[in-house]
Structures are given as C-alpha cells and as structure tokens.
Design a binder for this molecule. Structure first.
Ligand code: SF4
Length: 400
C-alpha cells in the first residue's frame, strides 16, 4: 500500500526568518518536494491562520509571517506566483490584524498579502456535498491553481483541535462561516475541503496553543514545522503529536471517511523527527480551569458531542472573563436532547444545538451545530446585560 508522507522538522527556539526558511525547505524536501503540484506561472494561494488577535508570535494564535513568507519564497523560486490570503473570524477586522502583525511588513517588502474580506466572492460547487451543494468562497479561491493550508496548530474549544482542514474556513465569506455553524460544522468543513481541494499543508507548530484555543489558549513552545500533501494524514499526525487519538478529532474522522486522505498510522510514513521524540500532550479545552457556579445546571444528553460540550464550556469561560458569572444561578442549560429535571420552570431553561428535538426546545433555544459561543452567552443572560464579544468587534447579530 502506498503511504502518505508527513514530515516533522525541528526549529530553534524563537527562530528568525532564515531558521524558518531552512525548516520549511527541509520539511518540503522530505515529502518529495512540491514541483509536482506547483508549476511555473501558476497562482498559489497561501492560506495562513488569521483567526483573530492576539498577533504577537509568543501568543501562538496566528500563523507566523515567517512561515508564510518562507512558502512564498519557495513558490517564487519555482517560478509561480504566491499570494498570502485569508479572512479572519466573523466580526474580526482582517485589515487591522494585518496592520498590527508582521504581515504588514511582508506587504511593505513587496509580498502579495490579501485581506480576502475586501475581495469579490463566488459560489463554489461542492461535489457530493453532505450539507452544502455550493459554498460562498472568495473569488481568489476559485482562481488559484493550488491552495496551500498553513495552519497554526492549536487546541480548539469546539472541535478539540484546529489544524490544516478546519483552518480552511477562512476561505469562506462571513456568511458562509455563519451557515457552517448553523448547518453542521463537522461535515460542513469536509464539504469545504472537497470543494477547494487543497494540495499541501505546512503546519506552523513553532509556538502553539493548548487549553481553550483557538484564541485564548495557553502558548506552548513546540518548535516544529510539519508538512504533507495529504491533509488528513497531516492532521492525524498533528493530533497524535498533541496527545489525541485521531478518532477523537471528528473533522479528521469525517474527512478520512469520505476518502479525502489517510488517518490510520499504518498508512502514514513520518519522516524527519520521530513522533515519539517530539510529542507532548496538550491540555484539552475541557480540562482548562472549568467554571463552577452554584445553582447553575449544565446537562448533556445522549446525543451531545464535543461540539456543544466545548461550546458551552467556552461560553462560560467568556462569561467569567467578562465578569458575568452572576447571570448563571437559576439557569439550566440542556444539550444533545437532554431532558430537564422535574420542577424547573421552562423559562429558566436554555436549550442548545440543532440536534435538540423541536418539542424540547424552549423560547431560549440557541440553534447551530455547534452554535456560536456568543449566542449561548446571550441566551443565558437573556437581556439582563450586554453580551461582550471576546475577540470580535461589531454587533452580535454578525456572529455566526
Ligand atoms: S448540535 Fe448536536 S451534533 Fe451538533 S455540535 Fe451540538 S451536540 Fe453535536
């Protein structure tokens, strides 16, 4: 059986551009080079993670500009045209993120750095989509000959881990990102991957995040770059690297199940650093300093998956950060078809998620799969205070 290859290369601590370039070159060399997928004169969309601030390299939130630049330089050396392009989370000002991070310097140096939110969009057909027949993507995605996913490796408060597949959500318009949460993130992202067909992943695992990622997690220095042409194999390897079984990361499972790549370790050849030598278990979102409040009940049902489990926890953390835990006592939150305990008045119950049966939903129901954290907070607070959005500007109505 032909195996998928994934390379793991070490960088020094706090690497400079030359260190990063050498690591990316070595990672790509180990997987057999990229001349088979990137040819002269082709348009190559390099898609880093710009989810939201903080932008400092030490925060481990956004893809380091040096990693994007290294890929751009390698693409240029082949004679192709690199464009570094991404759109941040709904409500986050991508232009400001570029301005305040090292990406502005790349622009000044002459690299094409594009805020996708300022560009036209198109409907991209999804072959055999499970959730979507078309997806609203940026026009540049359609125009690109090759898409390179350049994620920052982090734990994630809804999907356990975010890496090269989940990160592709930045290729959707804000409307598309919102409908992904409403209609089903875990299969929707797989639809997106089958529509945009990324050919390569280069993972920035230099400073990562553990705990309540992908924005407010705790930084972890790993000093690694990983690369591969099979994104499922890359994400499965990254899952193992940070202490998950790939079966615990539903997006990887769903992409493998649809034949978009290999997840099993028997089918993946790891080149460069041995996985056992560099792996480290990351604190999971669910383990990170849980919120405990008297007279507040959170009841998960049989259907509850990590999506809603982590979403509610993350919403509670947002409330704690915003000093709003006083709105929790007296409230019961139900997910995954859970039934309310006897004696609880319906008006004090918040029901969560698309899989909550219609007849169990209360007036304070929050739809989505999983719903947005901020909308869960809004339902809990129920008009008693303003909902503070943790990393996005703009109105809550923009939230997806
Ligand atoms: S709505 Fe149901 S399936 Fe979707 S994330 Fe929540 S618990 Fe999981």
């Amino acid at each position: 059986m032909r195996k998928s290859t994934v390379s793991i290369v070490k960088t020094p601590s706090s690497p400079d551009y030359q260190d990063v370039l050498e690591a990316v070159e070595k990672a790509l060399h180990l997987i057999g080079g990229i001349e088979d997928i990137i040819r002269p004169d082709k348009l190559v969309l390099i898609n880093p993670s710009w989810v939201a601030p903080p932008v400092e390299p030490s925060a481990g939130c956004i893809t380091l500009p040096e990693v994007s630049r290294a890929i751009a330089d390698i693409v240029t050396s082949i004679g192709a045209r690199p464009v570094i392009a991404e759109s941040s989370a709904v409500g986050v000002d991508t232009e400001k993120l570029i301005e305040e991070s090292g990406y502005r310097k790349l622009r000044e140096m002459g690299y094409e750095v594009v805020n996708l939110k300022k560009t036209p969009w198109v409907k991209l057909p999804v072959e055999n989509g499970r959730i979507f027949e078309t997806l609203p993507c940026w026009e540049l995605v359609q125009q690109a000959d090759v898409i390179v996913s350049v994620p920052k490796l982090k734990t994630h408060d809804q999907t356990e881990m975010t890496c090269s597949i989940k990160k592709l959500k930045g290729l959707l318009t804000d409307k598309g990102k919102k409908s992904m949460h409403q209609e089903g993130l875990f299969e929707g992202v797989v639809d997106l991957m089958s529509a945009v067909k990324p050919r390569l992943a280069v993972v920035d695992a230099i400073v990562c995040q553990e705990g309540v990622g992908p924005v407010f997690g705790r930084p972890v220095e790993m000093n690694l770059v990983l690369a591969g042409k099979d994104l499922v194999a890359v994400d499965a390897t990254c899952a193992r690297l940070i202490g998950y079984k790939p079966l615990e990361t539903l997006i990887t499972v769903n992409t493998a199940a649809r034949g978009l790549g290999i997840m099993d370790s028997d089918g993946i050849e790891i080149l460069g650093e041995p996985l056992d030598k560099v792996k480290r278990r990351f604190l999971r979102s669910i383990e990170d300093d849980p919120v405990k409040v008297k007279d507040f009940q959170l009841i998960h049902g049989e259907e509850t998956c990590t999506g809603c489990r982590n979403t509610v926890l993350s919403a509670l953390l947002d409330m704690r950060n915003a000093d709003q835990l006083m709105y929790l006592p007296g409230v019961t939150v139900l997910t995954g078809g859970a039934q309310p305990p006897k004696g609880i008045s319906r008006e004090n119950i918040v029901t969560i998620g698309k899989c909550m049966p219609e007849d169990s939903r209360t007036e304070r129901h929050v739809d989505g799969c999983p719903p947005n954290n901020a909308l869960v907070v809004k339902a809990i607070i129920a008009g008693r205070a303003e909902v503070k959005r943790m990393y996005a500007d703009g109105s809550l109505d923009q939230t997806g």
